[in-house]
Design a protein around this ligand. Structure first.
Ligand code: NAD
Length: 381
């Protein structure tokens, strides 16, 4: 550490399914990281890649740490050591990490550089991670990709009349939980490109609610202003701070959990007053809440479909690195739209033909596709 002390961090990398290789999944830096969470998230990646029909297996990684309390130097040293520890697992054709909670382009750049130091002659070595800075072969659409993909599905659901009582995104009221990469970009796209009213935004310190709507870009500037020591949205325009249960249960048209898992628990689900939930976080809804929601008139866009935009654009980045080219942003966005709308169409057909919930439909779609791969490959020896 910067003060000269030595600190041991515990980290994980889990590969869930190698039916397809490379395996793919983000790296999380958070005090909440543990092996069971990372394992569950690795399985979600397997299912997500099957729903989005991408040739990847599922993986996930993480380090138990609080990046907000660490200096850039400390974070860099920890990232390099973590990359070294998992270097026998990762590689452009074996396992490709990406950003998740607490990590972003900077960490991906450091991971690539560390990998490269030990693999000087490896071809297309920058394909070892996605979500890199543009100078290292990153993809310009990656930062907003998860948000963009989720909004694309929400837009389809509205256009196809699947959300009871919501016929247009214009003026629709939105509550977004989590204001990091995914939450900020989702709020911003919905506000800027679709004319939605962002009435609620929260981060780890609390939620703010403004029935007239806030401009996400202004809230982001407030949060990241050097003078804002809390580095939080709390206090924006003197709005009251709401706790999670009060915040999530405010009336709105669209609720976007974009923070972390198990946020919509049973008691909150019973009180929700939204028409649709766009699950951009991984696993934000508990099983009990899921049951309650299926009995209410709430349309659920499940995580393994809703947030597949990130891994879809990561696929473009990985391909362009292997080809040594740079995809044009229009080509990336068009592949993203095509993959997301096709996956949504497949989900809708599954839900109709089996008369199941959207959550059940998404799992059925993913697992039946994975089963087909097992059947087609057969069992060795
Ligand atoms: P991030 O670290 O950039 O942001 C997380 C945000 O959630 C922060 O604003 C944090 O303050 C907030 N938060 C944490 N605990 C909270 C709580 N209890 N209540 C309200 N807000 C809280 O992370 P991210 O990359 O935006 O990821 C968010 C979610 O989306 C995670 O579940 C992640 O697994 C999922 N996801 C991310 C990507 C991606 O491309 N980054 C892709 C797919 C899924």
């Amino acid at each position: 550490m910067n003060d000269g002390t030595l600190k041991i961090f515990v980290g994980y990398r889990v590969q869930h399914s190698k039916l397809y290789e490379p395996t793919k999944g983000g790296i999380r830096y958070s005090p909440d990281v543990d092996l069971s969470v990372i394992t569950a998230l690795a399985m979600e990646m397997t299912l997500k890649c099957r729903v989005a029909d991408l040739p990847f297996g599922g993986a996930k990684g993480g380090v138990i740490c609080n990046p907000r309390e660490m200096s850039p130097d400390e974070l860099e040293r920890m990232t390099r050591r973590y990359t070294f520890e998992i270097s026998s697992m990762i590689g452009p054709d074996s396992d490709v990490p990406a950003p998740d909670i607490g990590t972003g382009p900077k960490e991906m750049g450091i991971m690539f550089d560390t990998y490269k130091m030990f693999n000087q002659r490896a071809p297309y070595a920058n394909a070892v991670v996605t979500g890199k800075p543009l100078t290292l072969g990153g993809c310009s659409a990656r930062l907003e990709a998860t948000a963009q993909g989720g909004v694309c599905i929400l837009d389809e659901a509205v256009k196809q009349g699947h959300i009871s009582g919501l016929t247009s995104l214009k003026d629709a009221t939105v509550i977004v939980q989590g204001f990091g990469n995914v939450g900020f970009h989702t709020a911003n796209i919905l506000h800027k490109d679709y004319g939605c009213r962002i009435i609620g935004i929260s981060d780890s310190k609390g939620g703010i609610y403004n029935p007239k709507g806030s401009n996400p870009s202004d809230v982001h500037n407030y949060k990241t202003d050097e003078k804002n020591e809390k580095e939080s949205i709390v206090g924006y325009e003197g709005l009251d701070t709401l706790a999670t249960d009060e915040f999530l249960t405010k009336e709105c048209d669209i609720l976007v959990p974009a923070a972390k898992e198990t946020q919509i628990i049973g008691s909150i689900a019973a009180d929700l007053k939204t028409k649709v939930i766009l699950e951009l976080a991984n696993g934000p809804t508990t099983n009990l809440a899921d049951k309650i929601l299926s009995e209410k008139d709430v349309y659920l866009i499940p995580d393994i479909l809703a947030n597949a935009g990130g891994v879809t654009v990561s696929y473009c980045e990985w391909l362009q690195n292997k080809e040594g080219t740079q995809w044009k942003i229009d080509a990336v966005n068009s592949l993203l739209r095509e993959k997301m709308t096709t996956a949504y169409g497949d989900l809708v057909s599954t839900v109709k033909s089996h008369d199941v919930t959207t959550r059940e439909g998404a799992y059925m779609l993913a697992i039946s596709r994975a089963m087909q791969v097992v059947k087609d490959r057969g069992i060795f020896p």
